[in-house]
Design a protein around this ligand. Structure first.
Ligand SMILES: Nc1ncnc2c1ncn2[C@@H]1O[C@H](COP(=O)(O)OP(=O)(O)OP(=O)(O)O)[C@@H](O)[C@H]1O
Ligand SMILES: [Mg+2]
Length: 308
């Protein structure tokens, strides 16, 4: 069942920036939908319109049966939200802030208390949850997530929930994001954490210059790359890039890192080439792995940047 439907949304700010340009996407109950794209791509602008905080110039947004443009207050009540700038309530402990939001969102006291404890335990925050001192950046971010998840809306919007969060807590956080969707919400997730998002999202859109550049499940987007494998080389000298054999397609050279696309039947040739380049000293080390969502992201974002 589709819970969030965005159709042809266009938004130009007063200064003239076209921040969203004909964006279409939808998110179903039980789904995590990733919104990926470089800084300034228009992700937060889109999220603000979904939440009724900003009006589109054109297009429609529906949340369940509610027209979010005609009735933004009703739409907002159906959403819970973690803003990009984490803003837990000043002077409260993490637990108090989470329980307060749970109460405001209409949760029963005992249910809210239990759910707050579950979230705090899952994210390994139980020891610090009752301190009313200024929170660290990561802790504020995690508290912001718990505030969105304690009494989740039918649509849960998370704007960069994993920023500032340490690797082990991030792992737990991805699991909790997945659980929010598994419990029936439609999750719209903005993230720069492309590699980790690949394991959590069902579908995603890559946004660039305000437009949807590509959209679909990670596997189909990777299939569109046309090469299932990636050769990743560390160059000895970034100004001395060794020539690749014809069968291997150069993807990018960024500093000392060279990436190339490889087909299954060219694996032996790719490894032989990389081995000899390593013997000659032009490559320090290399690896051959399955293409990832990061390759998909780089392809679309670099193509958009060079077209702009
Ligand atoms: N209130 C505003 N007034 C004018 N321009 C704005 C406003 N907010 C954002 N912009 C511009 O709109 C574009 C999209 O910004 P937005 O915040 O949506 O990007 P984003 O994809 O969320 O980026 P980030 O990954 O850095 O959070 C940018 O060019 C930004 O400078
Ligand atoms: Mg943003």
């Amino acid at each position: 069942m589709t819970l969030l439907q965005v159709e042809h949304v266009t938004k130009r700010y007063r200064g003239g920036v076209l921040a969203n340009d004909d964006i279409c996407l939808d998110v179903a109950a039980g789904e995590v939908f990733g919104l990926l794209g470089p800084n300034g791509a228009g992700k937060t602008t889109l999220v603000s319109q979904v939440l009724g905080l900003l009006l589109p110039d054109e297009g429609t947004i529906r949340i369940g049966d509610v027209d979010a443009i005609a009735d933004p207050a009703a739409a907002r009540r159906m959403c819970s939200f973690q803003p990009q700038a984490a803003a837990p309530v000043d002077g409260l402990s993490a637990r108090e802030a989470i329980e307060l939001i749970g109460a405001i969102r209409g949760g029963r006291k005992a249910t809210v208390r239990t759910r707050a404890s579950e979230l705090l335990d899952a994210l390994d925050l139980a020891d610090v949850a009752d301190r009313a001192v200024p929170m660290s950046g990561g802790m504020a971010r995690l508290t912001g997530f718990c505030m969105a998840a304690v009494v989740p809306g039918r649509v849960v919007v998370l704007d960069e929930p994993t920023n500032d969060v340490d690797p082990l807590r991030r792992r737990a956080l991805w699991q909790e994001i997945r659980k929010v969707a598994d419990d029936g919400a439609a999750v719209l997730l903005v993230t720069h954490n492309v590699l980790e998002a690949e394991r959590c999202v069902d579908r995603l859109a890559i946004i660039g210059g305000g437009r949807v550049l590509a959209q679909g499940p990670p596997a189909s987007l990777k299939a569109q790359l046309g090469a299932p494998l990636r050769l990743d080389c560390a160059l000895d000298d970034p100004t001395n890039v060794p020539r690749l054999p014809a069968a291997i397609t150069l993807s990018s050279v960024t500093g000392r890192r060279l990436l190339a696309h490889v087909q299954h039947h060219d694996v032996a040739a790719a490894v032989a080439w990389a081995q000899s380049a390593q013997d000659e000293g032009t490559i320090v080390e290399f690896s051959l792995t399955a293409a990832s969502l990061e390759d998909v992201y780089a392809r679309w974002v670099e193509a958009e940047a060079s077209a702009a």
